[in-house]
Design a protein around this ligand. Sequence first.
Ligand code: PLP
Length: 374
Amino acid sequence: MSRLPRGVLREALIDTAAITANVRHLRALVGVEVMAVVKADGYGHGAVRSAAAAVAGGAARLGVTDVAEALQLRRGGIDAPILAWLHAPGTSFAEAAAYGVELGVSSMDQLQHAAAVASADRPVDVHVKVETGLGRNGVAPADMGSVFAEAARLERIGRLRVVGLFSHVSNASPDDDRAALAQFERAQAAASAAGLRPRVRHLAATAAAIDLPETRLDCVRLGLGIYGLSPFDDRTSADLGLRPAMTLHAAVSAVRRVPAGHGVSYGYTYRTARETTLALVPVGYADGAPRQASGSGPVAIGGRRFPVAGRIAMDQLIVDVGDAAVAVGDEAVLFGDPTLGAPAVEEWADAASTINYEIVTRVGPRVPRREATA
Ligand SMILES: *Cc1c(COP(=O)(O)O)cnc(C)c1O
């Protein structure tokens, strides 16, 4: 834990060395190529720094949702292969291709649009996405024959290279994921019959990559795990050998001694039981402390933990620290690495009835991210 720089209300400390170590650890576990998923600003950690840290740990590829995210990585100096898989009608595939961004294509339209932007000497690299149960995008089983045939034709005339074939699993249950794998294998057979030989077949995200080895194929797309968080309810980061990379902390900005019966925050949903000290922590729901965790989200100050007292406001929350000697400027930690004494991201997720993914990705844009130095 550490103090904040002077003049900073709140910040997210990002331990890029942890991201590198997490990728290295997971890469060794899965034994196949890793595509590090850095969509949504690297799950809130910063896309470019997360991508660079993941590549340093052995990620061979990067995955993002859309082309704009891919271009942001290129502008940030990232030159590893990048795949973008969700496109608005009218997305500029030409710009994507010019920057060597690989396109996930989910329909005949997208396939033809990708081929249309190829230059005479440079085919466009695509990964065909197939639907295997999730009900999102991906070529439907009924359309696979025609889409694969067209992909093979476009490959033969030098417009496209079908680098990959992929899908995504539901994590509904191991059996559901195995059913998705079986569906994927049928798609692969159909692609093969059409003359396609995609080199990178990928299906698993973090959970399946860890728990269902048969879904690892040629490559796994790892998001949550590289940031050091666990996708499982019954296993912590430490259980998986991972280190959480983000610490959200703030400097206590006011301390007030109040009598018993004093109301706290909007609606006075909390009243002090006795004379006590209230500490104001300048992190609100605009900064990523979910209002739903009012009255329960954990905050560590001076090595002790206190639940949020009363409602979380847009910019701040209050903790009742009793008679603890808390002073203005003290560090208040909302979450970080629990092995170092910080509350876990998952405690905030539980307090807000959500998942760790949502807690880190919702840290607000006005919270500065600072790279932790060893
Ligand atoms: C977000 C995403 C991932 C990464 O999932 P994690 O559970 O964070 O590892 C992988 N693949 C696709 C298609 C995704 O949208």
